[in-house]
Design a protein around this ligand. Structure first.
Ligand SMILES: [Zn+2]
Ligand SMILES: [Zn+2]
Ligand SMILES: [Zn+2]
Length: 286
């Protein structure tokens, strides 16, 4: 019998940032969480990366979003390359670190593939004209070199041995993307026996999961899910909503992200159902 093994190895998801758009501590706030000495209450803006080794033995790093804290996060986690960036949506807490990736271009001597839906790509082009319309710059300054790729929900792309499926989520009224990530075998097929922590889905900035998305979230080993605070919010899940969505998804392991200063890690973590955890900056899931 032929066994088809995953063509990637040593996969790990690194939580680069676990905080909401303001980060925690919040500027000018003296609340218990903002003054906390627990490092898990110190949250940079929301972002993650998947690190793995491809079939040729090359180390790869795929970023999910480029937060305004990307420089600090890359230094902290010793990121030295970037083989692609998956953007969830166009909000500044997920996009305003894009300038920093020019350093990866310089180290790797290679351009970086950038994946986003049409709405987010339009935003990136508008904000980062100096990158995308480089020939219009007055001086030929040191700017990132990016190759844009348009995503559509439900249409997967294969990147260095991974299948990335963009899935539709709702961020209030705005459609945003989540990502389901599966490993491929040498023939380019999704393998039955996925290596840890795959298959995984990353769903940030979601207040609702539309009906068509649920089947794409089934059979997951790991899900990373939005959880803003205890009180209702129009564009994010509350603690109760996130736990209930996680129960419905039924992944072996759930990690909550995008938390505000209302959530004290040590208070909520022990109260979560089994298999569910609050993420924190620097958390590595293997
Ligand atoms: Zn956000
Ligand atoms: Zn505070
Ligand atoms: Zn957002």
């Amino acid at each position: 019998m032929v066994t088809h093994r995953p063509s990637i190895s040593n996969a790990e998801l690194v939580i680069l940032g676990s905080g909401t758009s303001s980060g925690v501590p919040v500027i000018g706030c003296d609340c218990e969480v903002c003054r906390s000495s627990d490092p898990r209450d110190n949250r940079t803006r929301c972002s993650a990366c998947l690190r793995f080794t491809d079939s040729a033995g090359q180390a790869r790093v795929i970023l999910i979003d480029a937060s305004p804290d990307l420089r600090q996060q890359a230094l902290r986690e010793n990121l030295r390359r970037c083989d692609g960036i998956l953007f969830t949506h166009n909000h500044v807490d997920h996009t305003f670190g894009l300038d920093e990736v020019r350093r990866f271009n310089a180290v790797m001597h290679a351009p970086i593939d950038v994946y986003a839906d049409a709405r987010t790509m339009e935003h990136l082009h508008r904000v980062y004209k100096h990158i995308f319309d480089r020939d219009k710059n007055i001086n030929d300054s040191f700017v990132a070199t990016l190759i844009p790729h348009l995503l559509e929900p439900g249409k997967s792309v294969d990147v260095h041995g991974l299948r990335i499926l963009p899935i539709q989520l709702l961020h209030g009224k705005a459609p945003v993307l989540g990502f389901r990530i599966d490993a491929l075998d040498s023939r380019g097929h999704v393998v039955a026996d996925q290596p840890e922590p795959l298959p995984l889905a990353y769903c940030t900035d979601a207040s609702a999961i539309p009906p068509e998305t649920w089947p794409q979230l089934m059979g997951l080993r790991t899900v990373v899910l939005d959880m803003l605070r205890y009180r209702h919010h129009p564009t994010h899940m509350t603690v109760d909503q996130a736990i209930s969505a996680a129960e419905q998804i039924g992944a072996a392991r759930t990690l909550f992200i995008h938390m505000a200063h209302d959530i004290r890690h040590a208070d909520l973590e022990p109260k979560l159902p089994s298999g569910m955890h609050l993420a924190h900056d620097g958390l590595i899931i293997r």
